[in-house]
Write a protein that binds this ligand. Sequence first.
Ligand code: DWN
Ligand code: SAH
Ligand code: ZN
Length: 405
Amino acid sequence: MSKCRICGGEVREFFDFGRQPISDAFIRPSAIGTEHFYRLVVGFCTSCTMVQQFEEVSRDRMFPTDYPYRSSGSAVMREHFEQIAERYLKTELTGPDPFYVEVGCNDGIMLGVIQAAGVRHMGVDPAEEATAVAAAGGSRVHVGFFEESTAVGIRASEGPAQLIFSANTISHIAYIDSVFAGAGALLDEGGIFVFEDRYLGDIVEHTYFDQIYDEHFYLFSVRSVQAMAQRFGFDLVDVEHLPVHGGAMRYTTARAGERTPTPAVTEWLAKEREQGLADEATYKDFGARIEANCDNLKSLLVRLEAEGHTVAGYGATSKSATVTNYCGIGPELIPFVCDSTAEKQGRVTPGSRIPIRPPAAFSDPYPDYAVLFAWNHAEEIMAKEREFRAAGGKWILYVPDVHIV
Ligand code: DWN
Ligand code: SAH
Ligand code: ZN
């Protein structure tokens, strides 16, 4: 049992992934053996229903200045952020001198659209090398962690913000009380704090178990976000389900009483009751499916190796750390994984130590099978690598279950 970070209630364990590494710590081969490990146990709060981890990994370990993830690595995500930026430019950033703040701006694929429209803005992210790309594109960034003190400083120097936006970041922040206190200090009257993160309903329904890793301290649902917002003086006023990253939810919050919740909030609360997202039995069933997927993936790879087939991985994702380390999959079963991120190439995956090679290695020569660790980009990747299947290659996916396409 653990105490809920949001409401202090009882958090009941539903899965233990054991000893896990820092998921984005893609190290040089010479650094093998220096990795940091922690115990990845996840549970749900019996009071506010927030799904959360039992152990908080230090933010400095997870998000160092050379944090390797780059948002711009996916054309689909670039398009996704351009669309939402255009919407806010027409709806929320329309006043005489609007000010936009983005938490977790990374390499600035969203920030750059706001900047190009001539709107005052500030990106906040501790990943200095990623933010340097945003700054090189002309965006203003603050290198550091968004929390109450940061927000107070930005308000003092820049004035109030009409929109604070964050994608795939707020669920990464265990000290979320300080984030909401910061939003309260920084937002203009009537302003909104919007964040989108992978959605618990999709993770449970489609067994996206690898979305559980160190950075994803929380797995949000509409009900748990509504409870969290209210606890911190905000209202959840709109929710929007998104197709990206296997299924995500965009949560719009405003200071309590400043905006009227849309019907979408009550509709999704009803859907979650239907799905049983607050029931222990749902998580027991989820855990059983995780075990089955991992057993089936491991035995498939062992069989393919024994039969002399060649296998490669595709996409050195953070989420692959959970899969490879929990299933005990290393270079003996997947000799290499290819990835388009220059900062990851030449390194090895955390804990499982699978060498990472550039995309060109994938077709030199094609393997018989490829495990798609970046399954959330399947459409984009399978289109890019259509020659692979034309040459007789087969993709192995492990969500929603282990299957070959
Ligand atoms: O939540 C998070 C998301 C936004 O990004 C963070 N906690 C960390 C990170 O998670 P991830 O690494 O699982 O994200 P992706 O977007 O699934 O990673 C895709 C990986 O695959 C990247 O390393 C880039 C690579 N890739 C590739 O090699 N060829 C991606 C595409 C689209 C490709 O065509
Ligand atoms: N928003 C981008 C990047 C998500 S990866 C996208 O959706 O693709 C998560 C990002 O959050 C990383 O760049 C990490 O450095 C950043 N981050 C983590 N904690 C943060 C905090 N407290 N404040 C600002 N950024 C943070
Ligand atoms: Zn709680």
